[in-house]
Design a protein around this ligand. Structure first.
Ligand SMILES: [Zn+2]
Length: 212
């Protein structure tokens, strides 16, 4: 059994001068392992420590830090978690030892029973999604913490949002990965917006957006 806690909802807004005001969604998975997904910007250290303390968690209690990709708004506080194994994109690191884990782009890398990291490239070449299988109201439920594969719920009806933020040469890949993940998930926790429940209509729309 897992408890999925969104510590902070991400957001993103384009400013009139062309720069972005954005921060990522930060998610805590409480179960047999303590997992934090995306650690926001370097300026969020204090509020992240405080949010964890509200769950009686010290940074050194965290077992895994997972960053959906290595953009600065997703990795800013990784160094709070020095007892954890860090997974940043496809790379698994502990201290000075790091390697690319071949399970991530293949069958998936299981962090503990029910939690798995899979490769979902598109926004960058190294994006990963965390799949958490748990029970909610007696029903098997799958949560997908997708990073910027899904920017926010609105990007389903407005695909220009995710297309303009990802790598142009990966648009086709991202369109395929989005459909794959939304077909699996009951809930999506996107990179820069609140969690949303997946509907059949959403799956159809995203399927229709696959670029052949
Ligand atoms: Zn982002």
């Amino acid at each position: 059994m897992f408890e999925i806690v969104v510590l902070f909802d991400g957001y993103s807004t384009k400013l009139p001068n062309g720069s972005m005001d954005a921060n990522c969604t930060c998610t805590l998975i409480k179960g047999p392992k303590l997992i934090i997904i995306d650690t926001m910007t370097a300026w969020d250290r204090g509020k992240l420590v405080q949010a964890l303390a509200e769950h009686d968690i010290e940074p050194e209690n965290i077992d895994y830090v997972v960053c959906t990709h290595s953009h600065t708004d997703h990795i800013g506080n990784n160094n709070l978690f020095t007892n954890a194994i860090h997974i940043v994109g496809l790379v698994v690191q502990q201290g000075t030892i790091f390697f690319e884990d071949p399970r991530i782009p293949n069958e998936g890398y299981e962090l503990c029973s029910g939690v798995k990291v899979i490769a979902t490239p598109g926004h960058t070449v190294e994006d990963i999604t965390v799949l958490v299988e748990t029970t909610r109201d007696g029903e098997k439920t799958l949560f997908a913490v997708t990073g910027d594969l899904f920017e926010k719920e609105e990007d389903i009806l407005e695909p220009s949002i995710w297309k303009s933020l990802g790598m142009p040469e990966l648009v086709k890949t991202q369109s395929v990965m989005r459909s794959r993940v939304i077909n699996l998930a009951d809930f999506i926790i996107p990179g820069h917006g609140p969690m949303f429940r997946v509907s059949h209509t959403m799956r159809e729309i995203v399927k229709g957006q696959i670029i052949e």
